[in-house]
Design a protein around this ligand. Structure first.
Ligand code: ATP
Length: 294
């Protein structure tokens, strides 16, 4: 049994808005990245996982429990960071953290204190005076303070500066080492690359790809720019690789996989210069966002 099981859920808001026949699982100890453009259906899916809304069709289970029917029991096992946090503006950050800790019956605040220190958060300020990043840190303290076995994080680094984004990556690595199961939605490809074992990509309410991060890494293309000694050689090579582009003595070529055949072919020519750039994960994801899965 997977820790999180999303089975064919549909939540139809009309005009093809919502989510449609969404299926995926998250295994114990796995970090799953849930990616997709704005309005794709990430938060709608997460809200069904939290038991806040009932799917029109399909079911969502966490630890074998139906997320809607057994919402209180399911929520008790979860550390949750909502995409938009509703704060009590007149409370200080610490008051709010303690308020949630009371609600969740958390007695031991040592983890919360550790997180406040780690995230360099001053929780004494009133919430209404806090920046978006400071509020996000409060949300992270609340999500992680319970030491829950499952974490559901909706855009966890939204509003955080690069230093704090790195600290967040550290938090995820630590949680993963402790065997926690994590689902996080994100728009930040670099953070996904550094944390996730697998990614599920949603677009217009439908899952368009489910990929292991390791496979994605290997499937990245390489862009070669080869500067030949003269135009004649560049033209000759271009005929050998018709998918390449030639401009004077420079040939540009993109390839997937091993460079062995290319290098052997190039050894027949006089090469003045050669540069290689690896496709970024961002380019690879945007390719999926664009809908072309080839
Ligand atoms: N309560 C609602 N009533 C009507 N439409 C809704 C409701 N909630 C969400 N939607 C619509 O469903 C679609 C999916 O929204 P959702 O918030 O799940 O997207 P998202 O992937 O989380 O986007 P973002 O990255 O912008 O946060 C959007 O078109 C949104 O306008």
């Amino acid at each position: 049994m997977s820790v999180i099981e999303v089975n064919g859920i549909t939540k139809d808001y009309g005009n093809h808005q919502g989510v449609f026949d969404v299926n995926f699982t998250v295994e114990k100890g796995e970090v799953l990245g849930f990616l997709g453009p704005n309005g794709a259906g990430k938060t709608t899916t997460i809200r069904q996982l939290m038991g806040f809304i009932k799917p029109d069709q399909g079911t969502v289970h966490i630890q074998g429990m139906d997320c809607f029917k057994n919402a209180p029991e399911v929520q008790a096992q979860l550390g949750y960071l909502p995409g938009e946090i509703a704060f009590m503006d007149d409370m200080t950050g610490m008051d709010f953290i303690e308020f949630v800790a009371n609600m969740k019956n958390i007695q031991d605040m040592s983890k919360a204190k550790e997180l406040i220190e780690f995230l360099e958060l001053n929780p004494k300020n009133k919430m209404k005076k806090m920046s978006k990043g400071m509020k996000q840190k409060i949300g992270l303290v609340i999500a992680f303070m319970q030491d829950a076995p499952i974490l559901i994080l909706d855009e966890p680094t939204s509003g955080l500066d690069p230093l704090m984004q790195n600290k967040f990556v550290e938090l995820i690595h630590k949680a993963k080492k402790e065997g926690k199961t994590i689902l996080m939605s994100s728009h930040i490809f670099e953070e996904v690359e550094h944390t996730c074992d697998r990614v599920v990509i949603i677009k217009e309410g439908e899952i368009v790809a489910t990929e292991k991060m390791e496979d994605l890494r290997h499937s990245r293309r390489k862009y070669y720019e080869i500067c030949f000694h003269d135009v004649k050689e560049a033209t000759l090579f271009h005929q050998q690789y018709p998918e390449s582009q030639v401009r004077d003595t420079v040939v540009s070529l993109s390839l997937q996989g091993s460079a062995d055949t290319l290098i052997k072919a190039l050894s027949q020519y006089t090469i003045d210069d050669l540069s290689v750039r690896v496709q970024s994960l961002e380019e690879l994801f945007l390719h999926y966002y664009g809908g072309n899965q080839s």
